[in-house]
Design a protein around this ligand. Structure first.
Ligand SMILES: [Zn+2]
Length: 81
């Protein structure tokens, strides 16, 4: 079982489907068993989707309900593409 910290290290690759099978499985298992990380993954994916929408329409404000650290993580993630 991964710790939350370990899961955090793998999360971006996990969401990119960019992990070896066993690591993917360990991440999947962690998300199934850890409510906090499941919530974080859900928020992160929503933020990525919002980021892509914002990219399509730069005038669209990011909803204030999105935590700033998630926006920054999403932007940093996009820059590495
Ligand atoms: Zn966790």
């Amino acid at each position: 079982m991964l710790t939350c910290k370990e899961f955090d290290d793998f999360m971006v690759d996990y969401l990119d489907q960019d992990l070896p099978v066993w690591q993917k499985f360990m991440c999947w298992l962690h998300v199934k068993m850890c409510r906090e990380c499941a919530d974080f993954v859900r928020d992160y994916q929503r933020t990525i989707a919002l980021g892509q929408m914002a990219y399509d329409d730069p005038d669209e404000p990011v909803p204030s309900s999105v935590p700033e650290e998630l926006i920054n993580a999403a932007l940093a993630h996009q820059k590495t593409k």
